[in-house]
Structures are given as structure tokens and as C-alpha cells.
Design a protein around this ligand. Structure first.
Ligand SMILES: Cc1cc2nc3c(=O)[nH]c(=O)nc-3n(C[C@H](O)[C@H](O)[C@H](O)COP(=O)(O)OP(=O)(O)OC[C@H]3O[C@@H](n4cnc5c(N)ncnc54)[C@H](O)[C@@H]3O)c2cc1C
Length: 353
């Protein structure tokens, strides 16, 4: 077993210095910490969200994932816990709740700056920024803000919060259909508002939803769309809906779940001179190198012909990027390929909160 690793950082003249800065602490960014650590590259990880986990934690923490190798089924939040635990022995430094806003090239690498003033000098940068600065598409309703995160939500963090509640679910995609089926078991009632009788979701789940509707466990409010909110002090009492012909209904409700998808926005990443393909960064799939020397992109944000946007793809990309980053951070040093079974990992450190 190896008993030493590169320190995650040193401080010289007040500036943090490290080998690699990873932008994004989603599942793929977390695994990149592990892969870099195995090559004795120290890492700092910066994420705009307050917790590690990216989409898994922000969008579907309680959903089981079925296509992670070695786990026939694992809840998204549990996968993130495992990944953070796997990265912990390498002592990564997490800077959460801050967005990376600037990347400046230097003689020995890059200076990375965040929205809260963190400045880190590094040899290489791995961008694992997912969908960039993602946020929900909000319905255009008056006074929406006062209800947000109190009785109106764009994701379900804890299913049990909706037990015994009258819940309106708006949208026609996977999230709307999945949660309608799931919450029908515990909510006082579930109403699905959609503008047409077609859903862009897994056919089996749509079938389940229709069966529950036929049994009176879900009320289908079709073809309607949201038109207003009723309530007081952030707590909803009703959701107004209308048809395209202006026919109105008031649905008595405690909660509104609005599932209109994510607004994809690369944010500051779009300004760094990278070769972009829509909302993605074009990379060489052999090394995950971008067009900027020493800058790599992995996970959902990276694209190349045949790219599969899956967590397991991102894991392999993290390994490729770490090996390519080694050549940048340790120029002239030979990298001998070794299995983890031969190398082992350092004694475990603590996992991030
Ligand atoms: C409902 C749902 C179900 C899914 N189910 C599956 C599944 O079953 N199997 C599967 O393989 N995949 C699934 N996915 C997709 C999977 O979640 C993504 O492929 C995965 O999250 C991508 O990981 P990532 O680390 O690349 O990016 P993300 O998880 O998106 O994380 C990126 C992180 O980067 C941060 N970031 C972005 N820009 C900046 C910046 N400038 N500064 C600082 N931080 C920044 C973001 O805040 C975010 O935390 C699902 C997705 C959804 C929405």
C-alpha cells in the first residue's frame, strides 16, 4: 500500500497552489479527485452549489440509479456519499457555494478565480461542469418567488415531505410522471396539469400513471396550463389553471411541483475561449483535452462523436483526463501504469459535509 500522496495544496505568497483544479463536484468531478489522487496529483474542487453531488444531489437524491457498474441499484445520494468517501483519502480541498468565473493562463498553468474571491494557481484544470450553471425553467406566474422553496418546488429533495399533502404536479416529462406515480402512494391527492394528453416519459411509467388515474388515485388536469397562484405568506392554498380557450379552474393545493426542465447555461465557462459545441465543450476523447493546453473537460459537459451522457462514461473520462493531466503537471516524469490493486490508497481522511 502506498503511504504518501501529493499535498492537495501549498500556499506561496498568499496564493493557493495545487496540481489540478476541478471545476464541478458532481459525480464525475468527485471521481476525478480519486483518479488524480492515484497519480499523486493534489486537487482543489470548486462548485457553485452548497454541497457536493451535482445533479444527483440537486435534482434526484432519492431516485435509484440502475446503471452504475457494481451496484445493481443505488440511490443517487448514496452514490455521491460513496464517491466522496472514495476521494477522501486524497485530501481534496472543496470550495463550495462559489462559481468559477475566470481562468487566466500563466507560465506554469492557470489561475482560477471564483465568485467569492478564491484564487488558485494550478498546473492543469479539469472542467466537470455538467450542464453548467443549471437552474429550473420557471413558469411565468405573478408572485412566484414568495412560494419558491416553501410550497412551490422544482425538485423533490425528500419524498416524505409530501405525505398527506394536496399536490399539483405541472409538466409532461419524466420528472412529472415519475413523481405523480410515486407521490400517489403517500399524498392526500395528486393532480397532474399538462397542456396536452401526451407525455415525454418512459412508456411504462406513463402507463402506471394512467392506471392510477383510472383508479381515481391521480387526477389528470388536461389540457390545462398554470395561470396563477393563490396563498399567503409563501404557503399555497390553490393553483389556478386555464385552457388555451381561457376556461379557468382553481385547484385546491398545498404544494406545486413545477417540472419544466432545466435551463442549460454554460455561464462563465463560455467566455474562456474553449471550442464549444452548443452547450458542450468539444474534446479529444483520447485524452479529454480541450483546445486550451492543460485544460480538460469530462462528464456531461464534454462532447465528442458517439458521446453517451451517462455517469459511467464520465468515470472513464475522469481516468483519461487524470492521466493526461499528469503529463502537464509533471513534465518529463514517466508515468508507469499501475493497477489500484498494486498501488493501494492512502489511509482514509474525512469526507466533505
Ligand atoms: C432525473 C435524472 C435522472 C438521471 N438518471 C441517470 C441514470 O440513471 N444514470 C446515469 O448514468 N445518469 C443519469 N442522469 C444523468 C446524470 O445525473 C449526469 O450524467 C451526471 O450528473 C453528470 O455528472 P457531472 O459530474 O458531469 O455533472 P453534474 O452532475 O451536472 O455536476 C456538475 C457540477 O458543476 C458545477 N458547475 C458548473 N459550472 C460551474 C462553475 N462555473 N463554477 C463552479 N461550479 C460549476 C454545477 O454546480 C454542478 O454541481 C440523470 C439525470 C437526471 C436529471
Amino acid at each position: 500500500m502506498s503511504d504518501s500522496t501529493a499535498p492537495a495544496s501549498t500556499t506561496i505568497d498568499g496564493a493557493i497552489r495545487t496540481d489540478v483544479v476541478i471545476i464541478g463536484a458532481g459525480p464525475v468531478g468527485l471521481f476525478a479527485v480519486f483518479e488524480c489522487g492515484m497519480l499523486k496529483l493534489g486537487c482543489h474542487v470548486i462548485d457553485a452549489l452548497d454541497a457536493v453531488g451535482g445533479q444527483c444531489i440537486a435534482l434526484y437524491p432519492e431516485k435509484p440509479i440502475f446503471d452504475i457498474p457494481g451496484y445493481p441499484q443505488i440511490e443517487a445520494a448514496a452514490l455521491i456519499e460513496r464517491l466522496a468517501e472514495q476521494a477522501a483519502p486524497f485530501d481534496p480541498v472543496y470550495h463550495l457555494g462559489q462559481q468559477v468565473v475566470r481562468l487566466t493562463r500563466t507560465d506554469s498553468g492557470y489561475i482560477v478565480e471564483s465568485s467569492t474571491g478564491t484564487v488558485i494557481a494550478c498546473h492543469a484544470v479539469i472542467i466537470a461542469g455538467g450542464s453548467g450553471a443549471f437552474g429550473p425553467n420557471r413558469p411565468p406566474l405573478d408572485g412566484l418567488e414568495q412560494y419558491e422553496n416553501r410550497s412551490l418546488f422544482y425538485l423533490v429533495k425528500k419524498r416524505q415531505d409530501f405525505a398527506g399533502k394536496r399536490v399539483v404536479i405541472a409538466g409532461g416529462g419524466d420528472s412529472a410522471v415519475d413523481w405523480a406515480v410515486s407521490l400517489a402512494e403517500i399524498a392526500a391527492n395528486v393532480m397532474v396539469v399538462h397542456r396536452r394528453d401526451k407525455f415525454r416519459a418512459a412508456p411504462e411509467t406513463v402507463q402506471k400513471m394512467r392506471k392510477l388515474a383510472a383508479e381515481g388515485k391521480i387526477e389528470m388536469i388536461i389540457p390545462y396550463q398554470l395561470s396563477g397562484l393563490e396563498g399567503d405568506d409563501g404557503m399555497l392554498t390553490g393553483v389556478r389553471v386555464e385552457t388555451l380557450d381561457g376556461e379557468e379552474r382553481l385547484l385546491e393545493a398545498d404544494n406545486l411541483l413545477a417540472f419544466f426542465g432545466l435551463a442549460m447555461e454554460l455561464g462563465p465557462i463560455a467566455e474562456w475561449g474553449l471550442d464549444l459545441a452548443g452547450f458542450h465543450i468539444a474534446v479529444d476523447p483520447a485524452t479529454m483535452a480541450t483546445t486550451l493546453p492543460g485544460v480538460f473537460a469530462i462528464g456531461d459537459i464534454a462532447t465528442y462523436p458517439g458521446k453517451l451522457k451517462l455517469i459511467l462514461t464520465g468515470f472513464a473520462e475522469a481516468a483519461s483526463a487524470a492521466h493526461a493531466a499528469f503529463a502537464v503537471a509533471r513534465p518529463g516524469e514517466a508515468l508507469h501504469f499501475e493497477y489500484s490493486t498494486s498501488k493501494g490508497v492512502p489511509a482514509e481522511a474525512s469526507t466533505p459535509a
